[in-house]
Each structure stands twice: as structure tokens, then as C-alpha cells.
Design a protein around this ligand. Structure first.
Ligand code: SF4
Ligand code: MG
Length: 297
């Protein structure tokens, strides 16, 4: 009888992170570049597809978990970080990445954003920032610039945009970066570093909405984005903040800040010291388990 050959272990490639469903984004939407960078970064990390969980909220960008064959959860508007925190604490051996847009993450989910950073939950959060609500066809979002005319601000936006980079540095995120969807190589590297980082990692990515934001276009960013200087000290919070508040003819991108000294939530939570909760015995007999399920039906 022929013996079955053991499968050869090969390193995953970006192709392994292509799903069966093609994105339904508008042609040239910035999100497509971010999806490619995600696939590259997943592959570069060298982990199998079953070792990732991709979580999102609601919006054009939040369709992303449907386009990568990892575990995935498409949750409620603004609630992706809360769900991802629960999943991470249930099994902290999983690499958990969260995606969504500026409206979803900084507006509807603004409170979760602050507290997930404060707790230093070990997640990579990639915000696909197009400075508009795209799925609902073009209302001003928390990052829309002053004066911008949108469907909800026909006479120009009068609300000051929030600065997610400065906010993250102050609120306690331990990895804070900004990318641009057209700068693929650097974005892939930032995502890889963000996945490697132990703690909360934010990457805010300029991702032009070619359909509803005619102000912040690819050309707008190509003329303005500048990589942070090589000698920028990412361990210096004050220096990071100084760069974070820059906006105008030059907009810095790259890694602003990283703190590798603070433990993440799963590292400091005593309940998890014996390993992931998902691997712990439940402490109930099969009969008790069946009775509990029965009661909940
Ligand atoms: Fe992308 Fe904007 Fe189209 Fe949504 S509406 S898919 S954000 S270009
Ligand atoms: Mg948006």
C-alpha cells in the first residue's frame, strides 16, 4: 500500500490571501491598494491563514474581511474594536487585525477608539481614511477638512477635523503610523511592522474616494506626502507629536511613534497567564454544558 506523503510546508504568498469574492469597490478606489498591502503583509508575517482574524465595522472599507480568506467578522457600525478586543482576549494567540473607515472608526466608534488605545490591546487597526462617508454617498466625516463642500455640508464644512495621529499618541497607542494607499512598498512594510508590534498599532491610511471626495485626490496627496526623516526618533513622544500636527503643503507619513516597553492587555491580564481562554477547560461536565445551552434556547 502506498504511503501518503506528508505535505510540504511552504511559506505563504500574497496569493494565498486572495479570497473567492472580488471587491465591489469603485475602480481606482484607494481601498484596493490597501487590500494588496494587507495580502503582502499577511504573507510576509509567515503565518497561516487560520492564524488571523480580520474584523471590520460598516462602510465601503469594512467589506475587506470578505476579500481575504482568514477568519473574519463584519460587525456593527463603529463597534469593530470592541468585538476585536473580545476576540483577542478569548484567544490571544490569534493575530487580530481590524479595518474600517474614518467615519466608522473616528466618528461612530470614537469612544472605542480611545479606550482600546488606552488599554493597549494587541491589535493592528488600519483606518482607510478617505475623509468622507463613502457608502452613504458623500457626507462629511470627522476627518473632512474645513470648508469642504459635501452632501451634508453644501456651504462648506464648519467643523474642525480631528487629528487621529496626535490623538493616538496622546491616548496611549504604542505604534502610530500613517500611510498612503499609492505608496504600496512602504504601506506593506508599515502593516508588517504593525502586525509584529505587541500592543495597539494604528495605521491611518490616506485612501482617496474617487467618487465622492473630489478635494483629497491621489494628486492632492502625491504633491504633499513626505516620508518622515530617517533620523526621526520614534521613541520620542514629543518629537512624534511635533510631526503629527503638521498639515499643509507637506504632510508627513511613516512611523511616528513606537513604545515597546508597555505590556499589552493580554500580557498584563492575570486570567490569561495559563494561556488563551479558548484552550482552557470549561470546568463543566457535558451534561451541565447541555443544560446551559438548553436554557438559552
Ligand atoms: Fe471607494 Fe468611494 Fe467608491 Fe466607496 S464610494 S468604493 S470609498 S471610491
Ligand atoms: Mg470614510
Amino acid at each position: 500500500m502506498a504511503t501518503k506523503e506528508r505535505p510540504i510546508q511552504v511559506a505563504p504568498t500574497a496569493k494565498d490571501f486572495r479570497g473567492k469574492v472580488a471587491p465591489d469597490w469603485c475602480p481606482s478606489c484607494g481601498h484596493s491598494g490597501i487590500l494588496t498591502a494587507f495580502r503582502n503583509a499577511f504573507a510576509k508575517q509567515g503565518r497561516g491563514r487560520h492564524e488571523y482574524l480580520t474584523v471590520s465595522g460598516i462602510g465601503c472599507s469594512s467589506n475587506l474581511p470578505g476579500y481575504v480568506p482568514t477568519y473574519g467578522m463584519h460587525t456593527l457600525h463603529g463597534r469593530a474594536l470592541a468585538v476585536a478586543t473580545g476576540a483577542k482576549l478569548a484567544n490571544h494567540e490569534m493575530s487580530v487585525v481590524v479595518t474600517g473607515g474614518d467615519g466608522d472608526g473616528y466618528g461612530i466608534g470614537g469612544n472605542h477608539f480611545i479606550h482600546t488605545m488606552r488599554k493597549n490591546v494587541d491589535l493592528l487597526y488600519v483606518v482607510m481614511n478617505n475623509q468622507i462617508y463613502g457608502l452613504t454617498i458623500g457626507q462629511a466625516s470627522p476627518t473632512s477638512l474645513l470648508g469642504m463642500a459635501t452632501k451634508s455640508t453644501p456651504f462648506g464644512n464648519v467643523e474642525t477635523p480631528l487629528n487621529p495621529i496626535a490623538m493616538a499618541i496622546v491616548a496611549g497607542a504604542t505604534f502610530v503610523a500613517r500611510g498612503f494607499s499609492a505608496e504600496m512598498k512602504e504601506l506593506t512594510e508599515l502593516m508588517y511592522q504593525g502586525m509584529q508590534h505587541k500592543g495597539f498599532a494604528l495605521i491611518d491610511v490616506f485612501s482617496p474616494c474617487v467618487t465622492f471626495n473630489k478635494d483629497n485626490t491621489y494628486d492632492y496627496f502625491k504633491e504633499r506626502v513626505r516620508f518622515l526623516d530617517e533620523d526621526h526618533d520614534t521613541s520620542n513622544k514629543a518629537a512624534a507629536l511635533e510631526q503629527a500636527v503638521k498639515w499643509g503643503d507637506e504632510i508627513p507619513i511613516g512611523l511616528f511613534y513606537q513604545d515597546t516597553s508597555r505590556p499589552s492587555l493580554d500580557e498584563s491580564e492575570p486570567v490569561l497567564e495559563h494561556g488563551p481562554m479558548a484552550h482552557q477547560p470549561l470546568g463543566v461536565t457535558p451534561e451541565q454544558g447541555a443544560a446551559i445551552i438548553q436554557r438559552m434556547m
